[in-house]
Design a protein around this ligand. Sequence first.
Ligand code: PEP
Ligand code: MG
Length: 367
Amino acid sequence: MQGVQTGTNVIVDGFEGTVIIDPSPAVIKKYEKHSAEMRRKARGLDRLRDQPAISRDGLKVGMMANVELPLEMEMVKLAGAEGIGLLRTEFMFMNREDIPTEDEQFAVLSEIGAGIGDHVMTIRTLDVGGEKPAPALLGNIDEAAASALGIRGIRLSLADPSTLRTQFRAILRVSNDRNVRILLPMVTTPSEVRKTKRVLVEEAKRMKRAGIKIPEDLPDVGVMIEVPGAALAADALAQVSDFFAIGSNDLTMYTLAVDRANEHVAHLFNPLHPAVLRLMQFTTQAALRARIPISICGEMAGDPRYTALLVGLGIHDLSMTAASIPEVKKRIRDMDALAASQRAMQIMEQTDSGRIAMMIEDFNALA
Ligand code: PEP
Ligand code: MG
């Protein structure tokens, strides 16, 4: 921002991760062509909206959306999402001084719910802390204590469950009309899940006693697998969870000790590092053994380069930003799932992330 004057032309290339300041006419022309090409491609992909994501050999993959705010629902519907795999509720709490009331939360959740209809709606409890600050919630906890390794996500919710209780009440009310699942962020041990479930049951009882309508069966409760320790103890967490959602953003950050918000180490952030992939494989196998559903909702899930690897590892539900759904769906429809799982097995024998990237590229070039 320091190098740019107001009024200067700037091109933001989200594909390359670059910003071009004061581009020459030739560069502008090149990008205009690129942009027209993108729009043409998007129109082509639009035709896939009502087609299922089925591989050439008949494997159905669930295509869900990551959602932060109600205004995204138009796009979510346009993209043909089959549900919400991650609703980041912390966005309701950010950029404001006070905490939204139960009714305010209920209104926002209802609006999002109306957009997804009968499909599954996975609502994550607050994931504040780390790179997602919300001053109103931290109260007397200073920012350093709420760092990535501090009181973040479920730890903050359990430290003072009053906000969690309000959030559960709003979620339970929405569950009357929607197919809701509850997802817990930054979990590391089964006791966190048990404690959170106790709060949920207490709140449900309280509401029933007060004559407030809630569903007979409480929503399923699942956990994000986004800390290496949670991945390595996935079999224990599977005993107390109804489903898993792999958070590859934080899983990569914590496994490789690379701050996801620090540009100086951005080149080291690599979800194809064998350590990250092994943790994802370990988690997936624990979920399959425990017969609980598993999905992935980190940025990786929305990158068509990685689709074959994820599906090949046995993750058959993907949740991503709505804009990525058509391209990932196309990748699945062009792909042979059996060949993808054979390639995934070969990849899991590798120790070098460069070689892994090459093997994925080779596979993707075949179909
Ligand atoms: C993740 O960590 O991969 C994830 C999906 O959660 P968030 O990006 O909201 O931390
Ligand atoms: Mg996360």
